[in-house]
Design a binder for this molecule. Structure first.
Ligand SMILES: NC(=O)c1ccc[n+]([C@@H]2O[C@H](COP(=O)([O-])OP(=O)(O)OC[C@H]3O[C@@H](n4cnc5c(N)ncnc54)[C@H](OP(=O)(O)O)[C@@H]3O)[C@@H](O)[C@H]2O)c1
Length: 242
């Protein structure tokens, strides 16, 4: 796929990795709908930065726990720009909890935002990709989705599910839509701090956090190579090997 002239939706695009993806896409000529939930100021700043760099972007608010609002996201991009070519499912929640103390409500919240919403958005996205056009879905996952641990229990289970969803959708949406999964390691410090990053980095063979650039370059490969689908690109500095 050629990124120039394409239309993309990035969920959770106001900040952090989503923001980096938005700017990488707009710099390459894509027009991007920056979806956000609560981060209105950050979304406005991301749109302004994309425009300052010569790109085209617009922001759109939707609470992803509201199914009616979820179904407004793809139409919003279509109305603002044109048919949508790229869906980046980045929005996610990441709450602590073990097997024992994860609550039913916490489980449901994670599964709604991290797994059901990517599927609902993918349905809406696929329905408007016309025959003969190419579409791309990239799901931002986690290496823990391939090798589950016991911390962040509900989160991890959603990323296991998202990995399976990626493969099933790659089959369901072939041949014109490619669906791939980024299995990320520790890329950024969690928002709000409170985590001993030295302890986390000590377990990463690369000896550092991945940063935004690693996500962007892996994503650009998956967006521009049309023969790769249902694939998992592990971007974790070797963390899943130890
Ligand atoms: N950062 C890492 O090191 C890392 C590591 C492994 C995997 N990942 C994956 O990579 C992706 C991006 O990571 P990140 O750290 O940049 O993301 P993040 O900061 O955890 O979250 C991204 C955005 O999700 C949105 N969101 C959450 N609940 C929402 C809701 N109910 N309605 C609307 N939006 C909602 C939030 O938007 P608002 O702020 O606008 O509400 C938030 O800014 C995630 O899928 C994450 O699981 C990241």
């Amino acid at each position: 796929m050629k990124l120039s002239g394409s239309v993309a939706v990035v969920t959770g695009g106001a900040k952090r990795l989503g923001r980096a993806v938005v700017l990488a896409l707009t710099e390459r000529g894509a027009r991007v709908l920056v979806h956000y939930g609560k981060s209105a100021d950050a979304a406005a700043e991301t749109v302004a930065e994309a425009r300052r760099r010569g790109g085209e972007a617009a922001s759109f608010q939707a609470d992803l726990t509201d199914e009616a609002a979820v179904h407004q996201v793809i139409p919003a991009a279509r109305n603002r720009f044109a048919l949508v070519d790229i869906l980046i499912n980045s929005a996610s929640i990441f709450e602590r909890g073990s097997f024992t103390d994860t609550t039913s409500a916490g489980w449901d919240r994670h599964f709604l935002i991290n797994l059901k919403v990517p599927w609902l958005l993918s349905q809406d996205f696929a329905a408007q990709v016309e025959a003969g056009r190419t579409g791309k879905i990239i799901n931002l996952g986690d290496w823990r989705g391939l090798r589950p641990g016991t911390d962040h229990f509900a989160y991890t289970m959603t990323k296991v599910g998202l990995h399976g969803l990626t493969q099933a959708m790659a089959l369901a949406l072939a041949p014109n839509i490619q669906v791939n999964y980024l299995a990320l390691g520790a890329m950024l410090e969690p928002e709000g701090g409170g985590v001993d990053m030295r302890r986390i980095i000590a377990r990463v063979p690369a000896g550092r956090l991945g940063g935004e650039e690693a996500v962007v370059s892996a994503m650009l490969f998956l967006l521009t190579e049309d023969f790769v689908t249902g694939e998992t690109l592990v971007v974790d500095g070797g963390r899943s090997l130890v």
